[in-house]
Design a protein around this ligand. Structure first.
Ligand SMILES: Nc1nc2c(ncn2[C@@H]2O[C@H](COP(=O)(O)OP(=O)(O)OP(=O)(O)O)[C@@H](O)[C@H]2O)c(=O)[nH]1
Ligand SMILES: [Mg+2]
Length: 244
């Protein structure tokens, strides 16, 4: 059975004070909008709709926590590089993402997703250099590898490996495809190591809502707010929850 198969959606966090208090170890998935972060979480969990995947960039807006086992989480982060108002970007970065990535104690490592066709963008390099200062490990998934030929895959991998020599020795890289499910075993081995999960270990089923979409629907019904409309078309017309 795939290692993270029992993953379930736990919660969406828009403010630092709402971070799960029971977390012992968690791994965050970062990268450009549309790079394939949510898809990678689904692939690792062997689930098609656990995290919300969309062709529209910027779909993941807050920190989405997925329980893997008691006290162990994957965290799907909002992507960067998607055209938003500069003040929104700054507010989200300074109010939520930067303090989360810099100071969250249970965070044991970062998975950085980069589209294998155009890796190491300026923002990727900034994120790498910035997170490397935490001294926590970074594992890069070169996503959508199915869109490259074998030769192109090898070149992309070699180029990124060469660039990483400048970042430090806590950074590793591999090819990955959510579509073809390639690179899953390699990623599982790294992430299980960070989480302290034995690769043969049977993890007890976590308790929680099954998918992010189901949980969102329940939340919307409870607070009378639609993520898509931002509340504009809801009957109650309540404002969305304030961003951290
Ligand atoms: N061919 C191919 N397409 C992929 C792969 N991974 C993701 N995609 C597609 O890329 C698009 C974006 O995927 P997401 O997983 O939603 O990307 P994301 O990084 O979570 O995006 P945001 O939440 O907007 O930041 C979707 O249309 C996916 O189907 C892959 O391995 N191969
Ligand atoms: Mg996403």
């Amino acid at each position: 059975m795939p290692l993270f198969q029992k993953a379930v959606f736990h919660t969406t966090v828009a403010s630092l004070r709402d971070l799960p208090a029971d977390s012992e170890r968690e791994i965050a998935f970062a990268g450009r909008s549309n790079a394939g972060k949510s898809s990678a979480i689904n692939t690792l969990a062997n689930h098609t709709r656990l995290a919300y995947v969309s062709k529209t960039p910027g779909r993941t807006q807050h920190l989405n926590f997925f329980t893997l086992a008691a006290g162990k989480y994957f965290v799907d982060l909002p992507g960067y590089g998607f055209a938003k108002a500069p003040e929104d970007i700054r507010a989200q970065w300074e109010g939520l993402l930067a303090p989360y990535l810099r100071f969250r104690l249970p965070l044991v490592g970062l998975v950085l997703i980069m589209d294998s066709r155009h890796p190491l963008t300026e923002l990727d390099l900034q994120m790498l250099a910035w997170f490397a200062q935490t001294d926590k490990p970074i594992h890069i998934l070169l996503s959508k590898a199915d869109k490259l030929t074998r030769q192109e895959q090898a070149l992309a991998l070699r180029d990124v490996q060469a660039a990483l020599l400048k970042i430090g020795d806590r950074c590793t890289v591999q090819l990955f495809s959510s579509l073809k499910k390639t690179g899953v075993g390699e990623a599982e081995a790294v992430l299980a190591g960070w989480l302290g999960i034995e690769t043969q270990e049977e993890v007890p089923p976590p308790v929680g809502l099954c998918t992010e979409k189901v949980a969102r629907a329940k939340n919307r019904a409870a607070i009378g707010w639609s993520a898509r409309t931002g509340g504009a078309k809801t009957r109650t017309n309540k404002k969305p929850p304030a961003k951290g």
